[in-house]
Design a protein around this ligand. Sequence first.
Ligand SMILES: Nc1ncnc2c1ncn2[C@@H]1O[C@H](COP(=O)(O)OP(=O)(O)OP(=O)(O)O)[C@@H](O)[C@H]1O
Length: 236
Amino acid sequence: MRFGSLTALEDVDLEIRQGEILGLIGPNGAGKTTLLNVLTGYQRPSAGTVRLGDRDVTKQSPGRRSRMGVTRTFQNVRLFASLSVRENVEVAALGAGRSPRSAHALASSLLARLGLDQRADVAAASLPYGDERRLGVARALATEPRFLLLDEPAAGLNEVESDELLELLRSLPEAFGCALLIVEHDMRLMTRLCPRLQVLDYGRTIGIGSPAEMRADRRVLEAYLGAEEAARDAEG
Ligand SMILES: Nc1ncnc2c1ncn2[C@@H]1O[C@H](COP(=O)(O)OP(=O)(O)OP(=O)(O)O)[C@@H](O)[C@H]1O
């Protein structure tokens, strides 16, 4: 993916399988959000292919990909602030082609499963931060994704909220049959949540493996934690 003379992604190969939780990490500007944009159709790559199963979806719009089961959330939660919590979920379900009655039923079931049913009728704007994130996830689930891509879902959360989010995210593949691709800087959350991490640096993949493998990978350490920490680690 090129932006003028800047190459944001180069030779990146990412594969995510049904039911999996994959974490995408890397320093600021590594290309993580750009890769999410390319995978979900918000940006057309300068070269390369995005495949969903056997289908080449590189030229499909975000809406079309969403209907095919690829949904994403954004760094800044884009909730409809003046709508109720329930309405936020219903709107997403309606957008995914459900009838009003079926959207209502799906919203009820999602809000109950995500622990938001007590707040179903309050305005989304009045939610505390942790619940706001939860609602963002509920809304994404209303499109019944097979692949759910989350951009910094834990940003701004405190440790308790982050732990609650971890439990929620961990339950999604089994409860909803969807795979998760997560971009997140909160390493405490990522190492506990993701069996597999893919590490980007300057638009290239520099490591793929378990959190333990990535912690022990010198290239990853140098890029991600900084050369200084890698040196300290070698001494210790
Ligand atoms: N629309 C754009 N036009 C020009 N350059 C862009 C554009 N979007 C991203 N970039 C550049 O591409 C590179 C990758 O950016 P990207 O936002 O994907 O990184 P990131 O890993 O998500 O960073 P962060 O962790 O800070 O969110 C950066 O150098 C960024 O400045």
